[in-house]
Design a protein around this ligand. Structure first.
Ligand code: ADP
Ligand code: MG
Length: 204
């Protein structure tokens, strides 16, 4: 069965409410190594996404692309264009999503877009450090089906998030702190884990 617009709606709304409930945590993390706006940025963007009317987007791919454009246009800061690009690219690849293999490919298209846009590598202490191992875990479990693959991805994503704590930032505002960025959890990796956990709850 294809993952349709209703599934995407559940994913986006679950993520939006998770971001809203944790906006303060995300902002506090960003205050430690950035400018203290990550929770505010993401909440503004995901509120706008959650306000979209799913019945206007019968095709899941169009819904995802609209979500991406909404994030780009409503979120200032690095995270808006990065999350926006993610959803745009996932949307472009979504037309064929109906099993774990094609879902994994669509999500990886999104990660590739983030890397193209932000030029971050693994170990730079960004959301890439959460999403990249998550998608590797997804692929490793894809033969077991979407639920198992997403559950493995969510676990690996949280591990990647926790793994950002000792890292020294090489991208984004946190990189201005140099070695002083070590010892703090990356805010973007934290919100990214919420996105993958939301996918695991809603797309399974
Ligand atoms: P800003 O840094 O502009 O204030 P946010 O606070 O909303 O934007 O987002 C910060 C998060 O964005 C960081 O925690 C990091 O995960 C992510 N980020 C920043 N720059 C990059 C980049 N070049 N590539 C990938 N992720 C990045
Ligand atoms: Mg910030």
């Amino acid at each position: 069965m294809a993952l349709d617009s209703l599934a995407v709606d559940a994913w986006l709304k679950d993520f939006a409410s998770e971001i809203h409930d944790n906006a303060e945590l995300l902002t506090d993390l960003d205050r430690e190594i950035g400018d203290g706006d990550h929770g505010i940025n993401m909440d503004r963007g995901m509120r706008a996404v959650a306000a979209l009317n799913p019945s206007e987007f019968p095709a899941a791919a169009d819904y995802l692309k609209k979500a991406g454009m909404t994030l780009v246009s409503t979120v200032g800061g690095a995270s808006g264009p990065l999350y926006g690009t993610f959803f745009l690219r996932v949307g472009m690849a979504w037309t064929t999503v109906e099993d774990a293999a094609s879902l994994g490919l669509a999500l990886r298209t999104g990660l590739d877009g983030i890397i193209q846009r932000g030029k971050a590598s693994i170990g730079d202490k960004t959301l890439v450090d959460a999403l990249s191992p998550a998608l590797d875990a997804f692929d490793a479990h894809a033969s077991e089906g979407i639920s198992a693959a997403l559950a493995a991805a969510a676990l690996a994503c949280a591990e990647g998030r926790d793994g950002t704590i000792p890292l020294i930032a090489h991208k984004g505002r946190a990189s201005y702190l140099g070695e002083r960025s070590a010892g703090h959890q990356d805010p973007g990796a934290t919100s990214m884990t919420m996105l993958v956990e939301a996918a695991s709850r809603t797309l399974s």
